[in-house]
Design a protein around this ligand. Structure first.
Ligand code: SF4
Length: 87
């Protein structure tokens, strides 16, 4: 079963428009959104903890790391605290 957020996940919505990102996104989707690591998705867990998926930084990958060529400098303190608490 696919992740229930697959149609609305802002990470995929935002980055699928970039051709150079598509291959990486397909791999991540296979592994997380449609695959065996779905329950391990940090975006999904963090969205539940924060009470709103839209509070999860757009450039956070399912493994909790920033997408290549981006960083965590825009991630709100609330997100950083919850990430530290859950690790
Ligand atoms: S990245 Fe995570 S929250 Fe988004 S669709 Fe994939 S599994 Fe669901």
């Amino acid at each position: 079963m696919d992740c229930l957020q697959i149609g609305t996940c802002i990470f995929f919505r935002e980055y699928r428009k970039y051709d150079e990102r598509k291959l990486a996104l397909v791999g991540l989707a296979k592994l997380y959104c449609k695959g065996p690591m779905q329950r391990d998705c940090i975006r999904r867990k963090l969205g539940m903890v924060l009470g709103d998926q839209n509070k999860v930084p757009v450039n956070m990958m399912p493994d909790g790391q920033p997408l290549a060529d981006t960083d965590t400098s825009d991630w709100p303190e609330e997100v950083m605290i919850k990430m530290r608490q859950s690790s």
